[in-house]
Design a binder for this molecule. Structure first.
Ligand code: NOJ
Length: 774
C-alpha cells in the first residue's frame, strides 16, 4: 500500500512536477502521523510555543533517538549500515557534504515522513567563501577592510547554498593567525582581534540574515574554538600553548563577536589548548562559551574530533571520549559515531547524566525549529539551478575580488597598464589555472565557471592585442593534499629536465616578444588551507628563477600573486616594479584582475597580516609589546632587519591621499563612554580611489604592558580626484579595556593613551587622550 502525501506546504514549495509528486508517494508506515507540524513565525529567542514544541518532542524520544539527533554523518564516508536505514532508525540528525537538492530531499523525506518522530535532518557544508560561485578567500575578504561587503558576500553564498537545500555552513572561521606557515591562515581574517571581530560578526550576519531562519540564509558555525591559529611552528593540528593574557585579548574576541552576532552554532578546534583538547575542554565550552558569553546555540565537534580525544591521550577509550565530549559541551558529533555507539552506555554507566543529553538535544531541536525545518523541510530542486552562478553572483564575485586586491608596489606608476598595449605576455603556472584562481575550500565550485587571468586579459583585448601565454614552470605539493580527490590542482606534465628547460626558455622568449609581462605566481590552491602548512615561505618550485629571468629581459614586469599567506617576495620587492596581491580571488578572479591591471578598478585593499621578509621573522605582528629598546625594534636580529617587509594595514593605490588635521573631540574621556576622532582625507591624485582610514591606540602604562599599537577603528572611503572628506571615527572606551595578567580580570584602566590615524599600522598623525575613571 502506498501513502501519497501532499501537504499544503509541500505543494506550495515543490511546484508539483512529476518528479516531486513521485517522491511524495511512499509506502505507508503503521504509525504514520502528520509529519509537518504547525510552526509559528521564526524567532531567534525562545518563545513559549518554541519551548513547548521542543519539550513535547523531547518527551517522546527514546535515548537512542536523542543520541541520533546528536550524530552527524558524512555521506561520502564508508558506512556499515546504510544512511537511509540510519535515518529510519532515528540514528542520525544531520548530514554533511550532501549538496544535490534531489538527494537532500530524498534523505529528508525518509526523516520527515518515515522515521518514527518525523524530525527533519539538518544539512551542513563548508560554505567558506562561496558555494557554487566562489568569492575571494576569507583572508582576502579581510583585506577589503569592508565589513558591509563581506556581509554581502556571505549572504550571496548563503543564497546559493540554501537554494540547493544546505541549511548550515561550517563558517566563519575566526582563528587569529600570526604565523603564515600555518596553511589555514587563509580561512580567517589574519592577525588582528579588532579587524577579526568585525569580519566575524559581518560573516555571521551575512550567512544568517536578520535572524536564524531568514529566507535564503543558512546557519553559521563559528570555528575553531579556540587558539587553533597558534599551532606550534605553524604545523596544522599541533598543540597551542597560549597564555591567559593572549587568549582573552587576542584569540577569543572574534569568537565573542560571532556569538554576540548570533551565530547559531560553534565548532571546537582539533588541537589541545594548553594541554586540554578543545573538544573536551570544559573551560572553553562551559566556562567561557555558556557561562560567560551565554551562548545558546549548539556545539558540533570537528570531523572525528570526539574519537580523537583518545588519539590525543586524553580519553581512555571511545566511551570515555563520548562522555568527556558531551560533558564538556559538545552537542553533536561530526562523523566519528562514538556518540552513536557508546553514549547510551556512558549514560547507563553513570558517566553522563540524562539531563546533559536532554540539554544537547534541546539545543539541536531548537536550531532546527528556528531554521524553520519542521515547517519547511524540503527544497525546490527546480528552483536550485536558476540560483547558481547567476549574473548577480558573478558581479558580486568580481567586485569582491577587486576590493580585496592589495597593491604592494608600483614603481613609476607602471600600473595601471595602458589599454592600447599591442602585446602582453601572461606567464606562470597559475596564469591559466581555473582551480587555482578559486582557492582551497571551493568544494562545490566548478572550475569550468572560473575565469583565469589569461582569460580575463584575452577577453578584454579581443583581437586588438597579441596575448601570449605559457606556464614557464610547473609547481606541485611535496605530499598529496587531503582534498586532491575532491578538488585537484593541475599536476605537472613536464617529465624531463630538458622539457622543463625548454618550457622555461619558451616563457622568456614570449616575454621578449611582448611589450609587458604579467607573471602570475604564488601557490597552487592546494598549497594553502587545511593540512597545508609550510616550513618556508618561498615561491614554490622555480618561480623565483622565472621571475628573475623575466626581470632580466628588461621588459616591464608586473607580478600578480595568487596566494593566501604572505610569501617571501623580498627580492621582488626590490626588483619587480609592480606587485599586485590578488589572493585567491574566486570565480571572477581573471576579470577582476584584468580590471585592476588596466585601471578599470583601483586597488584599495590593505594587508590583514604583517608581511615578513623571511620565514625566520615568524611569528611577526604589529601589536607586539614594547621592548627595552623601543627605538631599535628593527634591529632585534644582527643578521637581518627585524622590520617587516610590509606592515599590517599597508596597501597602495593608483592615486594618492593626504591625511591631516587630526582632531580628537575631547582631550579626556570617562571610562565607559566614547569620543570621536576626525581627520581630513584628500585624494591628491588623478584617479578615483579608496583609502582605508585606520585608528590605533596605545595605553602608556597600567597593570600590564600593552601592545605598541592596537587597531581600534577603521573606515574605507572612496574619493574622486581632488575630493576631500572629513572622516570621523568613534572610539568606544569599552574597546580600550583588556584582560590583565596582573589583576586576572578585564577592565578599562584609566590613564594616558597615544592615538594615531593613518593609512597603515605605521600611521604618523598623532595625538593623545586620557581615560578618566568612571
Ligand atoms: C575539518 C575542518 O577542520 C573543519 O573546519 C571543517 O568544517 C570540517 N572538516 C568539515 O569539513
Amino acid at each position: 500500500m502506498t501513502y501519497c502525501f501532499a501537504s499544503r506546504i509541500l505543494t506550495r514549495r515543490i511546484a508539483g512536477s512529476v518528479l516531486s509528486l513521485a517522491f511524495l508517494c511512499v509506502p505507508a508506515l503503521p504509525s504514520f502521523s502528520a509529519p509537518v507540524r504547525p510552526q509559528p513565525a521564526r524567532t531567534s529567542s525562545a518563545s513559549d510555543t518554541e519551548t513547548r514544541f521542543v519539550d513535547d518532542l523531547l518527551h517522546k524520544m527514546t535515548l537512542e533517538e536523542k543520541i541520533g539527533q546528536m550524530s552527524q554523518i558524512a555521506l561520502n564516508q564508508p558506512q556499515d549500515v546504510s544512511p537511509d536505514q540510519r535515518i529510519l532508525n532515528g540514528q542520525v540528525g544531520s548530514f554533511l557534504f550532501v549538496t544535490d537538492p534531489n538527494e537532500i530531499n530524498r534523505l529528508q523525506h525518509i526523516a520527515v515522513e518515515r522515521s518514527r518522530l518525523h524530525i527533519p535532518l539538518i544539512f551542513g557544508f563548508d560554505v567558506i567563501h562561496g558555494f557554487r560561485t566562489i568569492y575571494p578567500v576569507p583572508l582576502a575578504l579581510a583585506a577589503s577592510w569592508d565589513p558591509a561587503m563581506v556581509e554581502h558576500v556571505q549572504s550571496m553564498a548563503a543564497k546559493e547554498a540554501s537554494a540547493v537545500g544546505v541549511n548550515w555552513t561550517f563558517a566563519p572561521m575566526v582563528d587569529i593567525a600570526r604565523d603564515p606557515r600555518w596553511g589555514r591562515i587563509m580561512e580567517g581574517a589574519g592577525e588582528d582581534p579588532f579587524l577579526g571581530s568585525k569580519m566575524a560578526a559581518a560573516q555571521v550576519r551575512g550567512f544568517q540574515g536578520e535572524t536564524l531562519g531568514s529566507p535564503n540564509h543558512i546557519m553559521a558555525c563559528v570555528k575553531h574554538f579556540a587558539g587553533y591559529g597558534a599551532a606550534e611552528g605553524g604545523r596544522d593540528y599541533d598543540s597551542s600553548d597560549i597564555s591567559d593574557e593572549q587568549l582573552w585579548n587576542v584569540y577569543l574576541p572574534p569568537f565573542e563577536a560571532a556569538v554576540r552576532a548570533g551565530s547559531g552554532s560553534l565548532m571546537p578546534a582539533y588541537m589541545d589548548l594548553n594541554g586540554v583538547p578543545a573538544a573536551g575542554n570544559k573551560f572553553l565550552l562551559q566556562d567561557v562559551l555558556r557561562d560567560k558569553w551565554k551562548f545558546n546555540g549548539f556545539v558540533v565537534s570537528d570531523w572525528d574530533a570526539v574519537l580523537n580525544l583518545t588519539t590525543h591521550g586524553f580519553a581512555s577509550g571511545p566511551e570515555d571520549a563520548a562522555a568527556r565530549a558531551v560533558n564538556a559541551g559538545v552537542d553533536m558529533e561530526m562523523t566519528s559515531h562514538v556518540y552513536r555507539d557508546h553514549l547510551a552506555d556512558a549514560v547507563k554507566d553513570g558517566l553522563v547524566k540524562q539531563s546533559t543529553i536532554d540539554e544537547a538535544v534541546r539545543r539541536i531541536l531548537t536550531a532546527k525549529y528556528r531554521l524553520g525545518l519542521f515547517a519547511h523541510p524540503y527544497v525546490d530542486p527546480s528552483h536550485a539551478a536558476a540560483e547558481l552562478v547567476t549574473p548577480e553572483q558573478r558581479q558580486a564575485s568580481r567586485l569582491a575580488a577587486e576590493r580585496t586586491a592589495v597593491l604592494l608596489r608600483n614603481e613609476d606608476h607602471l600600473l595601471p597598464l595602458s589599454k592600447s598595449l599591442q602585446s602582453i605576455a601572461v606567464v606562470g603556472p597559475l596564469a591559466d589555472s581555473k582551480p587555482d584562481i578559486m582557492g582551497s575550500w571551493s568544494l562545490a565550485g566548478h572550475p569550468a565557471d572560473a575565469v583565469t587571468v589569461l582569460e580575463g586579459i584575452r577577453k578584454r583585448f579581443g583581437s586588438s592585442a597579441t596575448v601570449l601565454s605559457t606556464k614557464g614552470v610547473e609547481i606541485a605539493r611535496g605530499q598529496p593534499s587531503i582534498f586532491d580527490s575532491q578538488f585537484p590542482s593541475p599536476q605537472p606534465t613536464l617529465e624531463t629536465d630538458a622539457e622543463r628547460k625548454a618550457e622555461f626558455a619558451h616563457a622568456i622568449d614570449l616575454i621578449k616578444q611582448s611589450q609587458v609581462a604579467v607573471l602570475v605566481l604564488g601557490e597552487a590552491q592546494n598549497m594553502s588551507g587545511e593540512r597545508a602548512s609550510r616550513s618556508t615561505l618561498t615561491l614554490p618550485g622555480e618561480q623565483e628563477q622565472l621571475l628573475e629571468a623575466a626581470v632580466a629581459t628588461r621588459k616591464p614586469v608586473v607580478l600578480v600573486l595568487l596566494n593566501a599567506r604572505p610569501l617571501n617576495i623580498t627580492w621582488a620587492s626590490q626588483h619587480v616594479p609592480a606587485i599586485l596581491d590578488a589572493w585567491y580571488p574566486g570565480t571572477e578572479g581573471g576579470n577582476a584582475i584584468a580590471d585592476l591591471l588596466f585601471g578599470d578598478a583601483n586597488p584599495g585593499g590593505k594587508l590583514p597580516v604583517t608581511w615578513p621578509r623571511s620565514v625566520g621573522q615568524v611569528p611577526i605582528f604589529y601589536a607586539h609589546n614594547l621592548t627595552q629598546v623601543p627605538d631599535a625594534h628593527n634591529t632585534l636580529y644582527w643578521d637581518a632587519s627585524s622590520a617587516p617587509l610590509y606592515p599590517f594595514g599597508y596597501g597602495l593605490s593608483y592615486t594618492s591621499f593626504k591625511l591631516d588635521n587630526l582632531k580628537a573631540s575631547a582631550p579626556s574621556v570617562k571610562s565607559g563612554s566614547s569620543f570621536t576622532v576626525s581627520i581630513d582625507v584628500q585624494n591628491t591624485g588623478s584617479m578615483a580611489g579608496d583609502e582605508v582610514v585606520q585608528l590605533y591606540t596605545h595605553q602608556r602604562y597600567g597593570s600590564a604592558s600593552r601592545p605598541v599599537r592596537e587597531l581600534k577603528g577603521f573606515r574605507r572611503i572612496t574619493l574622486k580626484p581632488g575630493e576631500k572628506q572629513t572622516v570621523t571615527l568613534t572610539v568606544d572606551t569599552h574597546d580600550l579595556g583588556f584582560w590583565s595578567p596582573q589583576t586576572h580580570h578585564w577592565s578599562i584602566e584609566p590613564g594616558p593613551f597615544d592615538l594615531w590615524v593613518g593609512a597603515s599600522s605605521a600611521a604618523t598623525e598623532h595625538t593623545t587622550f586620557t581615560v578618566l575613571p568612571q
